[in-house]
Ligand binder design. Structure first.
Ligand code: TRP
Length: 434
């Protein structure tokens, strides 16, 4: 079994799939609305500082542990110390829980691609959105379709499925994004949107914003559920990880900023509110698309862009638990994918229904969807990352000079891995629990 482990065909394949995992709904849906809620430019500055410093460490750490152990999450922790096995098992469990709410939004996107062509029949987009997500059957079918797409690519294997999908979808995503940015920048008053994004008002800084930026940075880089550990374990060659990690962070940030440049000028040009929260992409933007020439084509392009981003991330969310099933339980890849399809559906369907007929079911005062989002993003992801940093920094005592050449960076890495990142993560968990 060990010898049959898949691996990336090239360094490019590894980088593009990891960027594919990172660039997702987090960049195009979540980043602009969180930035909108926290006041624009200042949030962006703090975010860039955090993503290029504090987040660099757990990102490289997770990939490195995968590369070092050449195992999926549970096996990786087990090979460090058999007692750590249960901690490793938290990773695939987190993956399944994340899939169960992430894929619901994937389903919504599919609906909006279809609706792009009939959106002139909609008069009130806000009312349409809430009616749509409350329906009992249709959103569930869409969730299952999206789940099926991600599982399909995962089932085809690392080379023919995961790599192949990313090699096609990521360049397509970049092209569509650039096309939409150009259109948005040519709208009247586009400069207001750019000002909002790039002209900071430092009086808006507060600790809540800093932690929100940190949480967003961890989420967008896919840190904390073993997806990266699994991707790292498929690295064959012994090249330095540092350059790849820089490329991944840079590309992910570029995609997020471009998503902002695509969305905010349009929002300002049409006199809409930039801080409308999660509805920014599903309510505000469709309203704008309905008012511009060739709106259906632009709307379709936008939601196809979102779908590509969500699929490549969705694949990485499934691959972690999939690798665990294959290597721990010795099942075939297709069987592992069938099991995951079943398990994720069982959690995702009630979560999808929690906007409608199951909205009275509350877990710790939250609906099922909100609970899954809250519990994974605020607690499980930082907790898994915290464990991995403590294991490599304090138990394995991994020193930066094994990974990094530059001696100043090595010092920062060692200090960051043992102190700064764990403390930041603990703050994040405490704030998340409030
Ligand atoms: N990073 C992806 C996004 O921005 C989501 C994602 C994929 C993810 N894999 C993950 C988040 C693993 C946390 C952990 O949308």
């Amino acid at each position: 079994m060990e010898n049959n482990r898949p691996s990336w065909t090239s360094r490019y394949a590894f980088i593009i799939t990891t960027i594919g995992s990172a660039v997702g709904l987090g960049n195009i849906w979540r980043f602009p609305y969180i930035m909108g809620q926290y006041g624009g430019a200042v949030f962006l500055i703090i975010y860039i500082i955090l993503i290029s410093t504090i987040c660099f460490i757990p990102l490289i750490n997770e990939l490195y542990i995968g590369k070092l152990t050449k195992k999926e999450c549970v096996g990786a922790y087990e090979s460090i110390n058999p007692k750590f096995k249960p901690i490793g098992a938290l990773n695939p469990i987190t993956g399944i829980l994340i899939a169960s709410f992430y894929f619901i939004v994937g389903g919504w996107i599919i609906n909006y691609i279809y609706k792009s062509f009939v959106c002139n029949q909609i008069s009130d987009f806000g009312a349409y959105f809430s009616e749509f997500i409350q329906a009992p059957l249709y959103p569930c079918i869409l969730t299952i379709i999206f789940l099926f797409i991600c599982i399909f690519f995962t089932a085809k294997g690392v080379k023919n499925g995961i790599e192949a999908a990313n090699k096609v979808l990521m360049p397509l995503l970049a092209l569509i994004l650039i096309f939409l940015v150009v259109i948005s920048l040519n709208l009247p008053n586009a400069n207001l949107g750019l000002e909002y994004m790039f002209k900071p008002d430092f009086s808006k800084i507060n600790s809540e914003m800093v932690l929100a930026a940190l949480g967003q940075a961890f989420f967008t880089l896919s840190i904390g559920m073993g997806a990266l550990l699994t991707y790292g374990s498929y690295i064959k060659e012994d090249k330095s990880l540092v350059k790849s990690v820089y490329t991944i962070i840079l590309s992910d940030t570029a995609f997020a900023i471009l998503a902002g440049i695509m969305i905010f000028p349009a929002v300002f040009s049409f006199n809409m509110e930039p801080n409308s929260g999660a509805g920014l992409v599903f309510v505000t933007l469709p309203k704008i698309f309905s008012q511009v020439p060739y709106g259906n084509i632009i709307s379709c392009a936008f939601f196809v862009l979102l779908l590509c981003a969500a699929i490549t991330s969705g694949i990485s969310i499934v691959e972690g638990p999939c690798a665990t099933l294959i290597e721990r339980f010795k099942v075939s890849r297709s069987k592992a994918c069938c099991i995951l399809f079943f398990v994720i559906s069982i959690i995702a369907i009630p979560a999808t229904l929690s906007f409608g007929i199951l909205d009275h079911v509350k877990i710790f005062e939250r609906t099922i969807f909100d609970f899954l989002d809250f519990f994974t993003s605020n607690i499980m992801l930082p907790l898994n990352t915290l464990f991995l940093c403590l294991v490599s920094g304090w138990y394995l005592q991994i020193k930066g000079n094994r990974i990094i050449k530059n001696s100043l960076l090595v010092l920062l890495f060692d200090f960051g891995l043992r102190f700064v990142v764990p403390i930041a993560l603990i703050c994040l968990i405490i704030m998340g629990l409030k």
